[in-house]
Design a protein around this ligand. Sequence first.
Ligand SMILES: [Zn+2]
Length: 349
Amino acid sequence: MSSSSTVKDAENLRRSRILSSKLYFDAPLSKVPLIYSESYDISFLGVEKLHPFDSSKWGRICRFLISIGILHKNSIIEPLEASKDDLLVVHSESYLNSLKNSSRVAMIIEVPPVALFPNCLVQQKVLFPFRKQVGGTILAAKLARERGWAINVGGGFHHCSGENGGGFCAYADISLCIHFAFVRLDISRVMIVDLDAHQGNGHEMDFASDSRVYILDMYNPGIYPFDYEARRYIDQKVEVQSGTLTEEYLEKLDEALEVAGRRFDPELIVYNAGTDILDGDPLGRLKISPEGIALRDEKVFRFAREKNIPIVMLTSGGYMKSSARVIADSIVNLSKKCLIDTGKGSKAT
Ligand SMILES: [Zn+2]
């Protein structure tokens, strides 16, 4: 068999997996394109407390939004879990098999004691919540196409590629979301705006020389993952050094979005909105204020709105105790500025 027919076979297989997936489903208009499931949140016999992460931030974001009356509990859309066939759209069989080894998962999520647990428990307590979040990211593109925007209150595992996990990221939800959108939404130009503090080496490796995907990555080069190979695949690189303050950060972002808008004309934007740029975050080492995060998100949503491009937002990194509140406040701000409509918020005076 020639190599070109092998590539074609692989492409056909990918296509048929995407077409037979159940992850794209119709949500009634009474629901808001805000995606979350209680099973996103990770609790692992207390072991989750050994990680510097707030592993229930996703639920806390929703509870904040509900408690202040901007979101009704019943308007949230619950995604399905990504199946093995769904994951095979991007991941290799051998990578997925490697997750059957608890030590491997412990390394990926950076919680060493997880290595001691039987894999069935690791699957149920860690990988299942992640697969639900992956289902949410994939569904978000469909909803964004229909409603203009969608927020997955989770996902954004930008360190994972088809062949490699790391940095708390076990599945490549961004790459999966984009491949599903190519086929199911029949689009061919996607822009990733990755504003998590870390470099998004996973999607960069996956779309290395794929001209259908334009990657704007604004990250701190002095922290994990130091992936110099993946850096070569960033279309627009904006490096922000440790200690960068809000004003300078937002100026750089304005400039970056202006350039991105001139260079590429996307049909979908995947916005990786990590909050580890927040002042005090031990991993991100930047000094952006909570108001700065809201302004950042507003700028990206405005960029999409002005060009009439559907936008998917993922919450990604940033797991300080304060992160959930900051994200909820930013979603409230987006609603106040009429950049999203959560059903209740826009009706409030
Ligand atoms: Zn990060």
